[in-house]
Design a protein around this ligand. Sequence first.
Ligand code: OAD
Length: 242
Amino acid sequence: MESIEECVNILHNAEYLIALTGAGISQESNVPTFRGQDGLWRQYNAMELATPNAFRQNPEIVWEWYAWRQGLIANCEPNPAHLTLAKWENEGILKVLITQNVDGLHHRAGSKNPLLVHGNLWDLKCTHCGYRGSISTPVTRLPRCPECQALLRPDVVWFGEGLPSKVLDQVFVELERADAIMVIGTSAMVQPSASFPLVVQRHGGQIIEVNIEVTPLTAIADIHLRGKAGELLPQIDKQLRH
Ligand code: OAD
């Protein structure tokens, strides 16, 4: 396993550092991740609920799960990993943040314009017309479109759905520009996000991975830092300033 010094070295030399985050960065804020024990809600597997099919068959249960997640997230606070990334962005060390998370914790930590590749838990869209809206408190009953009365759904990306194309275009511009990418708290199993770091590497950029365990990305990452993001990022930040 590589050291924080080697990571800091890359950060010092990087001209265009970007970051990609996943559910693991919010784990220390007590937001459950998607895989393993954490991904269970009642008897349901998170990955079976986050699908268009589950919503078609049982919108009540899917909305109940989202309402539970909204309530849970409303009571969570950004942790030192979110705060460090926001600080780096503010100081110009980090150019762009791409996140698969829908929890809004990067925003709340002060990140200005994270690229949300999987949407936002507080945004809604109509299943029938083009209506879009947002809410600030958890859903309490099946939400209906104010314009056409059809069911509203969370404006997040579900399994089997494509990513929002405008965001994806922006992401690829950034991946092409980056000479280093820090990949934090993602299992690197869900496409296309899992391959974002490879795009950076393909044109000579370096990959720094921060994770509590080995992932499919570890073998090709230039640096793999094993540990909790909320502990490692502040340590990296401290060394960066030496
Ligand atoms: P996962 O739940 O698949 O993976 C979380 C990763 O975070 C794992 O690799 C853990 O080892 C790591 N991890 C956990 N705690 C950590 C900590 N404190 N510090 C650092 N790493 C930690 O989450 P994602 O990779 O984000 O998509 O999952 C990708 C997508 O799959 C999600 O955005 C979601 C899900 O289905 C949709 O909802 C469309």
